[in-house]
Design a binder for this molecule. Structure first.
Ligand code: G3D
Length: 192
């Protein structure tokens, strides 16, 4: 059973939860997702265009959409379309790629200012990935460079991860689970 399936089990959800997994290319999204998803998850929708793909797969109650935010400026309007559906975001950063940290920040800022994200209390889980690399920045440093403390209107959390071993992923998934459960509870209270 993948971590992702466990998350679905813990949540005990009947309703589908859509999770967006975003970040620059090469940050480790695919590696992370492969650790999270159950081995039998079906790839449902791959949109292969030159240098661009979206992967979307489902378990019984969770749906996952993964795409690169870098290098595909002209395809942006294609993947932005998925923002509306997202109820949680996983944003992956290559902590050893200091040169592109500024690009990651630009993409994060663009995401946070998007009309379909800006005014929503959508939880964002940051994976400061590739912590095993010798020159990786700490998660505190990554957090500073991305100015995460400026995010006031959305719950967020950053975890140091090594997607090759899976270190740190569980902590992040636990946090996301709490956030989604809390938000479901709040919605139920509002309906009552
Ligand atoms: P992406 O889906 O965001 O584009 P990938 O990124 O998951 O394809 O990962 C890009 C490369 O980084 C892969 O190496 C992958 O094995 C490696 N990688 C992912 N996570 C980690 C990590 O935590 N530590 C280290 N050291 N490497 C990691 P290749 O060689 O296949 O391109």
């Amino acid at each position: 059973m993948g971590l992702f399936d466990k998350l679905a089990g813990w949540l005990g959800l009947k309703k589908e939860v859509n999770v967006l997994c975003l970040g620059l290319d090469n940050s480790g999204k695919t590696t992370i997702i492969n650790r999270l998803k159950p081995s039998n998850a079906q790839v449902q929708d791959i949109v292969p265009t030159i240098g661009f793909s979206i992967e979307k797969f489902k378990t019984s109650s969770l749906s996952f959409t993964v795409f690169d935010m870098s290098g595909q400026g002209r395809y942006r309007n294609l993947w932005e379309h998925y923002y509306k559906e997202g109820q949680a975001i996983i944003f992956v950063i290559d902590s050893a790629d200091k040169l592109r940290m500024v690009v990651a920040k630009e993409e994060l800022d663009t995401l946070l200012n998007h009309p379909d994200i800006k005014h929503r209390r959508i939880p964002i889980l940051f994976f400061a990935n590739k912590m095993d690399m010798r020159d990786a920045l700490t998660s505190v440093k990554v957090s500073q460079l991305l100015c995460l403390e400026n995010i006031k209107d959305k719950p967020w959390h950053i975890c140091a991860t090594n997607a090759l071993t899976g270190d740190g992923l569980q902590e992040g998934v636990d946090w996301l689970q709490d956030q989604i459960m809390q938000s479901n509870q709040n919605n139920a209270n509002m309906r009552a």
